[in-house]
Design a protein. Structure first.
Length: 107
């Protein structure tokens, strides 16, 4: 009986972790591929992205010619993380980001 309750709790927690809400929003995509800058910025209209959320931008080019700057109006899908996933990202996110800047400067 205890095993079944534990398994049910584990399945419930897993479903809670992977559950997402989806929102479609308009966005502006700013692409630049010049000698000084190489970037892609997305401004979502009226939506804040929180830890654990994912954004999928639709109908924009993946490349632009070198030396150009372009702006596109598009749509994006924002996948909202569940409360449990958001807490896990906050808890473990600082350890993941520290791996990016763990660089040694030895003389």
């Amino acid at each position: 009986m205890g095993f079944l309750l534990g398994a049910a709790a584990l399945v419930g927690a897993l479903l809670w972790y992977v559950t997402t809400r989806r929102t479609e929003v308009k966005c502006t995509v700013d692409l630049e591929a010049t000698h000084d800058h190489f970037h892609a910025h997305v401004d979502l209209d009226g939506v804040n992205v929180d830890p654990g959320d994912a954004v999928l931008v639709h109908n924009t080019p993946s490349r632009i010619p070198f030396g150009t700057t372009e702006k596109f109006e598009s749509t994006a899908t924002v996948y909202r993380a569940s409360w449990l996933k958001r807490q896990m990202v906050r808890l473990f996110g600082s350890t993941e980001i520290s791996a990016l800047y763990e660089v040694g400067f030895e003389g």
